[in-house]
Ligand binder design. Structure first.
Ligand SMILES: Cc1ncc(COP(=O)(O)O)c(C=O)c1O
Length: 390
């Protein structure tokens, strides 16, 4: 038996649910059909890729969709398709995955790293406003952890300054803001199907957008500069092969039928854990609140704020791991990444992202899929570690 850091049996001795979950019958059937058809690519559009794009367009309330290789490329294609390029600036939040900023770099534009809201850790409309210059071309709200960013103030800011809005919905399949699905709230929205995401094909991405003009441009970026319906060797624009395959789409399309049930499971986990945390004396750990306007949180991650004076963070992470309840240290603030500043990223003051990097830890999605024993075990491990802290 593995002993916990301070002795005794770990709180959780059995593995957490695996991610991705086992293939279901519909996935098995569709993947097999695609494999046996020999039509694995989607050069001509692809039938399953087309169905997947149409399903996402329907679900997100945005009329157009383009499937792509991953969300980094999807964000790049969306920005480029909306006309963002060299000499432009794009405002991104300081507390997000690095790809939100590196996608901007791919277009030749400059990422401008603005602070997040101190409570919900999503892009702050106030900080974004302060970051606007005459070069600003777009703003990229990130629906962090599956919680929708508070879009109304960000869309209003974009309207005031004539900016494009590209939603980074990489973590937020199925989430909704004021009862409207994320992805369809700005000019374009981008989902990821990378291995850790709520729907995955190992890799993959999908862009939804609002206008036919944007669709034609974004489609072209992802299809070697061709025009939709145009000549095979006609390349009126510069574009690349950024396509998803039929095999990936066959894993993803049936997943849409169970996405909502899986979100419900994670939501039950989060609600139960929140109740458990409220019973810890002094409430040393709290759930990071969702932004205003959240009506459906896809619960990709659960972010917890741990009061820094209560426990040393390195000890907490090691001790929780030893209890069989691994937590994640979360993002370093983007502005501290020298790889980004070396490429010219502009960094605004970001005290809230810096505070989050010191105080916030995450529970990852696979753990949230155990809504029976999971919440009580996380709370028990936290209570044990906090009372025995170094
Ligand atoms: C917020 C965010 N944006 C962008 C990405 C990039 O997605 P992908 O890995 O599909 O390129 C990720 C995924 O890791 C993400 O979490």
């Amino acid at each position: 038996m593995t002993l916990a850091l301070h002795g005794g049996a770990p709180v959780r001795a059995v593995p957490w649910p695996a991610w991705p979950p086992p293939l279901d019958a519909a996935q098995r059937e569709l993947v097999t059909r695609v494999l046996e058809s020999g039509q694995w690519g989607a050069t001509q559009g692809g039938s399953v890729v087309t169905d997947l794009a149409a399903a996402f367009a329907r679900r997100s309330g945005a009329p157009y969709a383009v499937a792509t290789g991953n969300a980094t490329l999807g964000l790049f294609a969306a920005l480029r398709g909306l006309g963002v390029g060299r000499g432009d600036e794009v405002i991104v939040p300081a507390y997000t995955f690095v790809a939100s900023a590196t996608a901007v770099l791919l277009t030749g534009a400059t990422p401008v790293i603005a602070d997040v809201d101190p409570d919900d850790l999503h892009l702050s409309a106030g900080a974004a406003e302060r970051a606007v210059t005459s070069a600003t071309a777009a703003v990229m709200p990130v629906h962090l952890a599956g919680s929708p960013a508070d879009m109304d103030p960000l869309n209003a800011l974009a309207a005031r300054h004539g900016l494009a809005v590209v939603e980074d919905a990489a973590q937020a399949h199925g989430a909704a803001y004021k009862d409207r699905p994320v992805g369809g709230l700005g000019d374009a929205g981008v989902y990821s199907f990378q291995a850790s995401k709520a729907m995955t094909a190992g890799e993959g991405g999908l862009i939804v957008c609002r206008t036919e003009e944007a669709y034609r441009e974004i489609w072209s970026v992802c299809n070697v500069g061709r025009s939709p319906g145009g000549a095979w060797y006609g390349h009126p624009r510069t574009g690349w092969n950024l396509r998803l395959t039929e095999i990936q789409a066959a894993l993803l399309l049936p997943w849409l039928d169970r996405l909502d049930d899986e979100i419900d499971t994670r939501e039950r986990f989060c609600a139960a854990l929140e109740r458990e945390l409220a019973t810890l004396p002094g409430r040393p750990v709290s759930v990071v609140p969702r932004p205003p306007g959240t009506t459906r949180d896809s619960r990709h991650l659960l972010m917890l704020r741990v009061e820094p004076e209560v426990v040393d963070r390195t000890f907490l992470l090691a001790a929780m791991e030893a209890e069989g309840v691994p937590l994640d240290a979360g993002y370093p603030p983007l502005g501290t990444m020298t790889a980004l500043t070396a490429e010219g990223a502009r960094v605004e003051p970001c005290p809230s992202a810096e505070e989050a990097a010191r105080t916030v830890v995450w529970i990852r999605q696979p753990m949230l899929m155990d809504d029976t024993d999971g919440p009580a075990q996380v709370a028990e491990a936290l209570a044990k570690v906090l009372t025995s802290r170094a």
